[in-house]
Structures are given as structure tokens and as C-alpha cells.
Write a protein that binds this ligand. Structure first.
Ligand SMILES: Cc1ncc(COP(=O)(O)O)c(C=O)c1O
Length: 413
């Protein structure tokens, strides 16, 4: 098989929904990928933040093999040990009260949206189902999570979208309060909002702590703690989408642990099973029984092989990997800050979720050049090159990747 043949056959058989690089990846090891022609690439993308412990991790492989040979799947009408062990470890590590396992990030976010609406419906009845999300956010590609996404360009073609989402400026409590009261909120202020939990038609506020697709934009800690307090005062659920920031990506198991808040629900996906499809969400102890039997389900949720893979990911993170994430992130930041390229406007982010602002050239063209020079990385927002390397990446691989980055920028004409 060659890249050319694969590309032609894709055109015949696969829907053209992605704009792909003209590269076919055959294998990977550590944080290094190899294409069908034998060319190597350093991977600063982890398959969009998924391959959290790199390629070919022996412990992960053994866990998958063992579990597939023991029991590959059973319905959620039965109990299994890997699902229990994974949920127990996630609850213990975060202080949350219960886990639901699903398959992807969008589906996980659908779950926490359902949780908030049911919580509010049972307590206050109909008419309190809207959710405020942030401008610039990204929450998924289903009809509901597209509408939850606070970017107009995603609200297209697929009408009618799920109603009940309003958008606020990231970082502004005033804007959140305004959105909580809808279009006719002129004159309302935080004090008005405080007076009663029933005077809004909203049940929740949903946020990413670092907007990933939106441009690697971290929320301000003060804003997040004020938002937590506002949600408490108004009995709104604070839903945190940690699909991209979760599972060690920012240097703690979940980013909310660095923000000093406890969300009412947290979604996760991407890195959880190290490359197998898995997502899910955790809820606070008080919300444990909101989604009772028959209210939420998915056939593959809690699949034993995915759970075994996720347990291997958690074990690996505990073996010094998690504690080195921030250090590696700082190492990359300082190397980028030392370059005096006129095309770099700064670097931001937490742990190994980093965004480099690009000026004077388009970030999309730059990423194309980087990939063809052997560094796989991502775009984000309107002008950002995003790095999401495997959390296990070695310093040697980081150096090789940075070398490609710096040389590529030097060659830009
Ligand atoms: C913050 C966030 N939420 C949700 C999603 C959607 O996840 P998935 O593609 O697994 O459905 C993504 C994907 O990039 C994401 O970054």
C-alpha cells in the first residue's frame, strides 16, 4: 500500500467530510509516527489529544489484550469489574460522586446537558431548561452540541437545532448574567439574579476552562470562581467540558483541580482510554440520582476493553508522567519564547495544551509546512498553532519537534 493508492481509494469509498493532509500514517512508537513511505514525524497532536500515553505503550497493549481475551463486551444489564474500578479511581481522584461511561466527547456533553435539564425540571418544573455557554467555545458535532457551541459558523445547514442555548462573553460575569435573563435583560444585574433561583429560564452554565478549538484560551481563575458562586446562588449547574483539558492534559488529572472549583458535572473523552473510543461524565455527589434507570444509556458505554485501556492510562499517569506534564509544557514555552521569530505573537496554555499565536502568515499554511517538514501539530481559533503532544513524550522528541518548528519558521519567506 502507498499513500497515493490510499488517497485514491478514500475518494471512492469514504465521505469527504475531512480536509486531510496528503499523508497516510502506518505506525507509531512513543511520540513518533511513520508514514507508508517510511518518513518519520514527531507528533505534537496525539491524534487530536487522544493518544495520551503515546503509541505502543506496553502496559496499555497488555491490558487491552488481556481484557479482550477475557470479555470484550457485555451489555449494561450486567456488572463488570473494569468499569467499577475505573469509576472508583475517577471518583477518588476528583471527589466527584458518580460516573457515566459513553463513547465520545459530544455524547458526554449531551449527557451533562440532559442531567442539568432533568435536575431543573424535577425541582422547578417546565420553563427552566436553557443553558448559557461561552462565545468561542466548542462542545461537539451533534445537533445539540453544535448549538451549545458558542460560534456562529457551526450553526448552519442542519436546522432546526436544539433550542435553549444562549451565549455569553468568556470572562465576563456581567455578560453571563445578561444571558441568564435572555434578550430582555437590559438593566438586570447580579443582585437581581441573586434574589431567587426561579427568575431565570436557565438551568446551567457550561464552560471549557481552556477553550481548545477556539484558540487555546484559558479562562481567568477569578472569573471561574465568581461563576461558581453565581451558579450556587441561583441553583444553576456548572457544567465543565473537560473533553480536551481532562486526563492529565493540563498537568492535573482534570483542569478544574487547578482552578480551585468543584463542578456539578464534568465531561471527559479524548485521552481517557489512550486511543480507544471512550467518553463519559462525572457528577457531584448531590446529583448522583438525577439520571435514574431508563433515563440515559448507550450500548457500548463502559465497554470492558476501553475501561481496561483507561485503567492503564491512569496507572501510567501516576508513574511520574502526570507530575512531568507541567514541566514539559514550561520547557516548550521557554524554547518558543527564546526564538525571535517575527511570526510568533506569544505562547499560552497549561501543561501540554499549548497555543502559539501566529502573525504575519496564516496558521493553516504554517501547519501544512510543519507537517510536511515532519512535525504534526494542529490549528486552533483564527491564528493559533496548537500543540497537544502525548503526555509521555520524551525530551528528545520534544527537542526534535521544536527543531522542526524553529527551522520551518526560519524558512518562511
Ligand atoms: C472541548 C471539546 N468538547 C467536545 C468535543 C467533541 O468531542 P468528540 O469529537 O469526541 O465528540 C471536543 C472535540 O474536539 C472538544 O475539544
Amino acid at each position: 500500500m502507498t499513500t497515493k493508492k490510499l488517497m485514491e481509494a478514500y475518494e471512492d469509498h469514504i465521505l469527504p467530510t475531512y480536509d486531510r493532509f496528503p499523508i497516510a500514517i502506518e505506525s507509531g512508537h512513543g511520540a513518533t509516527l511513520r508514514d507508508f513511505e517510511g518518513k518519520e514525524y514527531i507528533d505534537f497532536s496525539s491524534g487530536l489529544g487522544v493518544n495520551s500515553i503515546g503509541y505502543g505503550n506496553e502496559k496499555w497493549l497488555a491490558a487491552i489484550r488481556d481484557q479482550a481475551g477475557t470479555l470484550q463486551h457485555i451489555s449494561n444489564l450486567f456488572y463488570t469489574a473494569p468499569a467499577l474500578e475505573l469509576a472508583r479511581r475517577l471518583n477518588e481522584a476528583t471527589g466527584m460522586g458518580g460516573v457515566f461511561f459513553g463513547n465520545s466527547g459530544a455524547e458526554a456533553n449531551e449527557g451533562i446537558i440532559k442531567l442539568a435539564r432533568k435536575y431543573s425540571y424535577e425541582k422547578y418544573g417546565e420553563g427552566r431548561s436553557s443553558i448559557v455557554t461561552l462565545k468561542g467555545s466548542f462542545h461537539g458535532r451533534t445537533i445539540t452540541t453544535l448549538k451549545a457551541t458558542g460560534q456562529e459558523k457551526f450553526h448552519n445547514y442542519f436546522f432546526p437545532f436544539t433550542p435553549g442555548f444562549r451565549y455569553a462573553e468568556a470572562g465576563s460575569i456581567e455578560s453571563i448574567v445578561k444571558a441568564l435573563y435572555g434578550e430582555n435583560s437590559a438593566g438586570m444585574n447580579k443582585c437581581a439574579a441573586k434574589e431567587g433561583s426561579n427568575d431565570t429560564d436557565c438551568c446551567a452554565v457550561m464552560i471549557e476552562l481552556i477553550q481548545g478549538e477556539g484558540g487555546v484560551i484559558p479562562l481567568d481563575k477569578g472569573f471561574v470562581s465568581e461563576l461558581r458562586a453565581l451558579c450556587d446562588e441561583m441553583d444553576l449547574l456548572l457544567l465543565v467540558d473537560e473533553v480536551q483539558t481532562g486526563i492529565g492534559r493540563t498537568g492535573s488529572l482534570f483542569a478544574f483541580q487547578q482552578y480551585g472549583i468543584i463542578p456539578d458535572a464534568v465531561s471527559f473523552a479524548k485521552g481517557i482510554a489512550g486511543g480507544l473510543p471512550m467518553g463519559g461524565f462525572m457528577v457531584g455527589k448531590a446529583l448522583k440520582n438525577v439520571l435514574g434507570p431508563g433515563t440515559h444509556a448507550t450500548t457500548f458505554g463502559g465497554n470492558p476493553v476501553c475501561c481496561a485501556a483507561a485503567l492503564a492510562v491512569l496507572d501510567t499517569l501516576e508513574e511520574k508522567v502526570l507530575s512531568q506534564v507541567s514541566e514539559k509544557g514550561e520547557y516548550i514555552k521557554s524554547a518558543i519564547n527564546k526564538t525571535d521569530s517575527p511570526y510568533i505573537g506569544g505562547i499560552r496554555g497549561l501543561g501540554l495544551m499549548l497555543g502559539i499565536q501566529i502573525k504575519g502568515i496564516t496558521h493553516i499554511e504554517l501547519v501544512k509546512k510543519l507537517v510536511s517538514n515532519g512535525l504534526i501539530c494542529l490549528t486552533a481559533g483564527s491564528d493559533v498553532v496548537r500543540f497537544l503532544p502525548p503526555l509521555t513524550i520524551s525530551y528528545e522528541e520534544i527537542d526534535r519537534g521544536l527543531e522542526v518548528f524553529i527551522h520551518t519558521l526560519e524558512d518562511v519567506t
